[in-house]
Design a protein around this ligand. Sequence first.
Ligand SMILES: [Zn+2]
Length: 86
Amino acid sequence: MEMLRDIPCPSCSKPLYQVGPVDFAASIFGRADEIPKIVANEQGDYLKCHHCSMFVLMSRAPAPASGQGLEIHPSRKFFKKIPGEK
Ligand SMILES: [Zn+2]
């Protein structure tokens, strides 16, 4: 059975999304209906938290299965509004 792990939101510490044990970053894209929507602009990629509505900064990460994935940015920054949007 596949084990899922909750990734906590850097703002509210509630689960932001879940990932499996093997394909950490790619599983974000593989479970599109279970995760919040990713918003991308020229400033970066943001994942909106279901719980606190903050936009969490994400970083691109290589993923074994799909070649491209996302994970929470090491800075663990989050924003009320997406930077650069009016
Ligand atoms: Zn949150």
